[in-house]
Design a protein around this ligand. Structure first.
Ligand code: GLU
Length: 420
């Protein structure tokens, strides 16, 4: 990451650009430039070796104008305040672009889950949940999985919050284990939404899905499921990567075999994977491959001022949050590379989180087929709306998505008026 990179500046830039096109004054958008609440907490934990360590954690609510704050909890060594602020704001605009009744929030703990035992991770989760408990709740702020956290962590959050309240509160968190009211299809939802979006953009651009090459950066929950579903749709997945680096095979990789090798816990690394005809490449090389579709599904700031000029893909679908820095957008645009923005492309996760919350608060359960069909019914029209406004206003798809999202948030704010 470059030293000057501040993801929150990226958010402000796109919001300002959209507001200018919408004809809003600075006063109209002033309040959405600042997160409503920022909570920083210390999370003391007795480690397995008996020593006490204190981890730093955050929960930030960017906006509750359209509904309760909503967004994941990230466990990663690089978590910091500006990152969580940006991630929280992206959630506000993501929920707005797909029109689900939420604002945006995000949380994070500075830690490396790969170096923690299960007991240590559970202790961090419980103590962190207790520390942010005054802010969260099914009507206030609803956490979910993000990088480094998963369904098991959500189960511990639900349990901790329920213990503190003295009764079961299913709707306080989404992405839970199915046994605790987790939605069927939630685990695959972000990747499924990325798959729908990729097919939608390819159709608009007159590209064949069958046999077209795609590279996926990141083999976490989002990247691995995206690769799996695109492979099942007939695309040729020529490259994938994880923290240890990437692999490339011109004829297309054996994705089912790779997923089996990586395993559920993804403890195996791609650097040790072998398949006939494949070569090892770096994460940087993966991004610069001459492929039709590129899907960054890892972290922020992967494509920036340093490498944007070297990107050769025709379409980039942002499965991660903020993988393209603001400075790279005009460079990609000048190269006629079409970018489908994160707030649209990866919204499938929060859409199915919304379905989970709706089921929880009504004590009902939907089948996986129902969930997947309802997801498609939100993702496809949302894509269409972004595509149409971008065509109409002659903007990028990112600006198009923000035109819709910023307008919805500003209208909600205006309808409520500033209190008191
Ligand atoms: N962490 C996911 C995201 O960035 C999901 C958030 C949620 O389901 O609330 O969209």
């Amino acid at each position: 990451m470059s030293n000057t990179y501040n993801p929150y500046d990226n958010v402000l830039k796109v919001v300002n650009d959209a507001a200018a096109i919408l004809g809003y004054t600075q006063s109209d958008i002033e309040a959405i430039k600042y997160p409503e609440r920022e909570l920083k907490v210390s999370v003391p934990v007795v480690m397995d070796n008996g020593e006490t360590r204190v981890f730093e954690g955050y929960r930030i609510q960017h906006s509750t104008s359209r509904g309760p704050a909503k967004g994941g909890i990230r466990f990663h060594p690089d978590v910091n305040l500006d990152e969580v602020k940006a991630l929280a704001a992206w959630m506000t605009f993501k929920c707005a672009v797909v029109n689900i009744p939420y604002g945006g929030g995000k949380g994070g703990v500075v830690c490396n889950p790969n170096e923690l035992s299960e007991r240590e991770l559970r202790a961090i989760t419980r103590r962190f949940t207790a520390a942010i408990a005054p802010l969260i709740g099914p009507d206030q702020d609803i956490p979910a999985p993000d990088v480094g956290s998963n369904a098991a962590v959500m189960g511990w959050i639900m349990d901790t919050y329920s213990m503190l309240k003295g009764h079961c509160v299913h709707g306080v968190v989404t992405g839970k284990p199915i046994e605790l009211g987790g939605a069927l299809g939630r685990n695959e939802a972000t990747g499924r939404g990325v798959m729908f979006t990729t097919k939608n953009i390819m159709k608009k651009l007159g590209m064949e899905v069958e046999g077209t090459d795609v590279a996926v950066q990141g083999m976490g929950n989002v990247g691995s499921i995206t690769a799996k579903l695109l492979h099942e749709e007939g695309m040729k997945v020529v490259a994938v990567s994880d923290v240890s680096g990437g692999i490339y095979k011109k004829e297309g990789l054996n994705i089912p075999e790779i997923l089996k090798y990586l395993g559920e816990d993804r403890k195996n690394l791609l650097k040790d994977y072998k398949e006939e005809g494949m070569v090892h490449i770096s994460n940087e090389e993966l991004l610069e491959l001459d492929v039709t579709v590129l899907i960054p599904a890892a972290l922020e700031n992967q494509i920036n001022g340093q490498n944007a000029d070297k990107i050769k893909a025709k379409v980039v679908v942002e499965a991660a949050n903020g993988p393209i820095a603001a400075e790279a957008d005009p460079i990609l645009e000048s190269k006629n590379i079409v970018v489908v923005p994160d707030i649209l492309a990866n919204a499938g996760g929060v859409v199915v989180s919304y379905f989970e919350w709706v089921q929880n608060i009504q004590s009902v359960s939907w089948t996986e087929e129902e969930v997947n069909a309802k997801l498609k019914n939100i993702m496809d029209p949302s894509f269409e709306a972004v595509w149409n406004i971008a065509q109409e206003k002659k903007t990028t798809l990112r600006t198009g998505a923000y035109l819709i999202a910023v307008e919805r948030v500003v209208k909600a704010k205006k309808a409520r008026a500033i209190w008191p």
